[in-house]
Write a protein that binds this ligand. Sequence first.
Ligand SMILES: [Zn+2]
Length: 378
Amino acid sequence: MAFEQIRKVISGDGPGRETTLNYYRVGPNNAEKKVYLQAAMHADEQPGILVLHHLIKALRQADRDGTLQAQFVIFPMANPLGMANINHRQHQGRYDPVSGINHNRGWPDLFPIVQSEIGDTLTQDIEQNKRRIRDLVRNWLTEQPAISALQQQRHFIMREVFDADYVFDLHCDNDSLLHIFALPQHMPELQSLADWTGAAATLVAEDSGGGSFDEVWSTLWTRMRKAHPGVPLPDCYSVTMEYRGQFETFDEINEDDAERLFCYFQSRGLIQGLPSRKRAVSPPPSDLTATQVVRAKQPGLLAYKVALGDIVKKGQTIADLITIEGDDAFQIRTPIIANTDGLVLSRSINKYVWPTKSIAKIVGTETLEDRDKYLLED
Ligand SMILES: [Zn+2]
């Protein structure tokens, strides 16, 4: 049995800016599997904090009961720097105010780092290969500078996540149904995660283009496998989970989410015991290139014509945009239409929008021509 709270001090970029990163390690130290979970990397996305608050309690009890078969490392608030970014009575947690970096972009691409060092050292022993690759990542991490506050924060996180077998990065959308971002190679294994958690959609892409946190851990192994055919290599199942909308942070929702994650872990043998509920059936994965991100082309006020979960047809009006300047301002309504048949997965909480602002995501089944290499919303 082991339950440990760990505190890491991040020295600030300015006086009075020192902060602390808190996380937990639960479960046997000699466990074969490691599960890493974090929430609020985008610090303004907080439902995941409440999910992990409830999950920690359940894992601690499971640890007392001796049923944990994996070590769980949990960062309930992975971005204290972003949490502290309160200006003019508003919290803004998506971007680092010092560098302008999106907190969930620009994580290091590990594949070329490992590939350039690996030589001919891989064997037919999967455990040996796993250790060899992880040693290279660990060594590389040790050499990385951790000078600025953001570098220090990322460094502490990377040193805990790099040897995990499962990585769960808990985010939320603006106003949304629960959905998951994953690699296509990890389906159908991760269909079970979608089913257990009740996801409305699983959006898959091999590389969404932004160096997002979840992708760097999973694609290291899928790309190594591609570069070394015939060599046995493990997987790192790494996902971003979007726990609905920004303001859906409630015990009655998020405690249930924690129980569902717990059931998923039981179903994978990471925790002993039978799940307390039945596995639901979630839709099969959809390629991210088939999801339309509907954007505004001019400033205006939205009047939605659809609700979350609606199934729409191509050409259907998603919202009217009420013009707010020029001739006939506040009289003209311009329809914004769907470019695909599909599920309305997300909308905008803010009804005042401007050019390029995303107003909805529609999950379709056919690849859309305007979806290029950068697939993320921003
Ligand atoms: Zn996010």
